[in-house]
Design a protein around this ligand. Structure first.
Ligand code: CA
Length: 225
């Protein structure tokens, strides 16, 4: 599960990153509202832990802009104390849950897991592109009613492209999203999986849904059917 923590108290942010990583989450940090918004817009997160009092852009604003941009990530807001917290305003902006500081780490983890489960069930996603259907919930792929067997990594690459269908997605982004890898990882890994996907979902059907976007990466688009 991929989590973004937007929290300007750096020691707290780092403690959360350490703790949540130990719980098996993949965690990214940002320390102000604007970079949090940019990060959450450019990458797919399951859950966002969003402090309210942030430099640049406060948590309410970040949350409402994310929802306006169509983000369906689970958003848990953090507040310094009950007094400054306006639950109605937070829920108006599209937050799913909140926690008052200081909070118990164990409670935070439980709430994040519960939130991720709710998000998972509220949006079972199917992407339909011509006769290609990618079912993110069932983790299946069919073309012209034929089930296509993919490895978990191949499916993860396809699923990420499907979530951004019609858009160019960079190799770097695919690496980050599918392999959780750092800046020195090898883009060839992505190419190998893209080739495998084409051999399975396109070539046998005479299609070319997995497109190369020169200089930019790849795009999944409807082709035939
Ligand atoms: Ca703060």
């Amino acid at each position: 599960m991929r989590v973004l923590v937007v929290e300007d108290e750096r020691r707290l942010a780092q403690a959360l990153q350490l703790g949540l990583t130990a719980e098996g989450f993949t965690v990214d940090l940002t320390h102000d509202g604007l970079s949090g918004l940019a990060r959450a817009t450019d990458h797919a997160y399951d859950v966002i832990v969003l402090d309210i009092m942030l430099p640049g852009l406060n948590g309410y604003r970040v949350c409402s802009r994310l929802r306006a941009a169509g983000s369906d990530a689970g958003i848990l807001m953090l507040t310094a104390k009950d007094g400054e917290w306006d639950e109605a305003e937070a829920l108006d902006t599209g937050a799913d849950d909140y926690l008052s500081k200081p909070f118990s780490f164990v409670v935070l983890v439980a709430r994040l897991r519960a939130l991720a489960r709710r998000i998972g069930t509220r949006a079972p996603r199917r992407t339909i592109l011509g006769d290609l259907i990618v079912d993110s919930a069932a983790r299946t792929c069919t073309r012209a009613d034929t089930d296509i067997a993919l490895t978990p990594r191949e499916f993860a690459v396809l699923d990420h492209l499907a979530r951004r269908a019609g858009e160019a997605v960079s190799k770097r982004e695919i690496l980050e999203q599918v392999w959780d890898s750092g800046p020195d990882s090898d883009p060839n890994t992505v190419e190998v999986h893209i080739s495998a996907l084409r051999r399975k979902i396109d070539t046998p059907f005479g299609r070319a849904a997995v497109q190369t976007v020169r200089g930019a990466g790849y795009r999944l688009a409807a082709d035939g059917g």
